[in-house]
Design a protein around this ligand. Structure first.
Ligand code: SF4
Ligand code: SF4
Ligand code: SF4
Length: 366
């Protein structure tokens, strides 16, 4: 497996304080990547030759880093594909111009509502963000620039899912061509009831079907109430339900980070296999608090990123993730081991991934 995409967290500082933010669930001081650390990473990535995308994101606002634009410029000049994930508030006229000039490939902006009403749980300052997106679009049209592609990241909850059709209609005004919908990770207990995946069975236990529980293979159907009622009953009974080839009843756990050549780096240069293991934190799911301990495989200040990626430890971790031998803690309340990622009942040791919301396909990253 080659290294294809790096999630570079250049800062954990942010100009907003959203109620849903993971930074409420950890005790780390805010960090900012030093220029020297970035240079070391970039020098290494230049020589690796397989990197398709350098994603500026993670947990913090990249544009809050005073050298964000310079780092992006250098990454683009090095021939890397560049992505920027932003809350959109600092995306003023001059920044929009700079992003177009430096050749940013993809701009992903967090927008959780179509309306301009600010909800403290969601990403805020909606009026400013809408105005900034309009400005990016205007400048792209004036300059006849095909880039950056603009994508909206929408965190879906019970409170805002109804806004999705109205948000889609804003595409022509705000200039985005795609909405990436992801689920809320409840980093605070009061958010746990807002999620839209409480009843989702994530683990396919009878992938091929069996006489005890035959698989149901449906054609595509109108999403009518009578159809939905039947689907809900089949899913609730544990049937493996396919519709037009797509799984409706759950999926195998699959780690996109490790299986698709992705890794993440903190502002201090620590290398993790994924965003969920970048920082120790807690979240709340199905009535339980889960403590996630960060897993770090090396530091770019001590070893080259490519060496860490090719190390025996990282290789064997990736091999383990391909097989996914972890116990299905995400669907099970059988014991207290699910409250942390330290060990599981299949004998796996830290880090255990059986309750990963990303591997379950519930949380999506760009
Ligand atoms: S914009 Fe992102 S990093 Fe900033 S407070 Fe909101 S969720 Fe946290
Ligand atoms: S399964 Fe989840 S926690 Fe484990 S490496 Fe993949 S993304 Fe990270
Ligand atoms: S470790 Fe505990 S919670 Fe996880 S699958 Fe086994 S019994 Fe269930």
């Amino acid at each position: 497996m080659t290294l294809r995409k790096i999630y570079l967290e250049i800062t954990t500082e942010c100009n907003l304080d959203c109620g849903m933010c993971i930074r409420h669930a950890w005790s780390e001081p805010a960090r900012r990547m030093a220029r020297g650390t970035f240079q070391r990473i970039l020098d290494d990535l230049r020589t690796v030759g397989t990197i398709e995308t350098l994603h500026f994101g993670g947990f913090g606002e990249p544009l809050a880093h005073p050298e964000c634009l310079e780092f992006l410029r250098q990454a683009a000049q090095a021939g890397l594909g560049t992505e920027l994930l932003s809350n959109g508030v600092l995306l003023d006229e001059a920044t929009a111009a700079a992003l177009i000039d430096l050749g940013l490939d993809r701009l992903i902006v967090s927008v959780d509502q179509a309306s301009l009403h600010d909800d403290p749980d969601f990403h805020g300052q909606a009026a400013t963000v809408h105005a900034n997106l309009r400005e990016v679009y205007r400048q792209r049209l004036v300059r006849r620039a095909s880039r950056p592609e603009v994508v909206i990241e929408f965190v879906a909850t019970r409170k805002n899912i109804h806004e999705l059709p109205a948000l889609k209609r804003l595409g022509l005004q705000l200039g985005f061509s795609r909405i990436l919908v992801t689920h809320l990770v409840p980093y605070a207990p009061e958010l746990a009831n807002d999620v839209l995946y409480d009843d989702w069975t994530t683990t396919r236990r009878h992938a091929e079907g069996s006489p005890w529980n035959p698989a149901i293979d449906l054609p595509r159907m109108d999403p009518r109430v009578e159809v939905q009622t039947v689907l809900d009953r089949l899913r609730a009974s544990g049937s493996d339900v396919l519709c037009g080839g797509a799984q409706l009843s759950g999926t195998r756990m699959y780690c996109r980070f490790t299986n698709e050549g992705r890794a993440a780096v903190t502002p201090d240069g620590w290398i993790s296999p994924c965003l969920p293991l970048l920082h120790s934190h807690a979240y709340y799911f199905r009535g339980a608090r889960r403590e996630i301990l960060a897993y770090r495989l090396g530091n770019v200040l001590q070893s080259r990123l490519s060496e860490v990626w090719e190390s025996d430890t990282y290789r064997s971790f990736r091999a383990r993730l391909r097989d996914f031998p972890f116990s299905p803690c995400i669907d099970c309340g059988g014991c207290d081991l699910r409250s942390a990622n330290l060990e599981d009942c299949h004998g796996n040791e830290f880090p255990t991934c059986g309750s990963c919301l990303w591997a379950a396909g519930l949380v999506q990253c760009p």
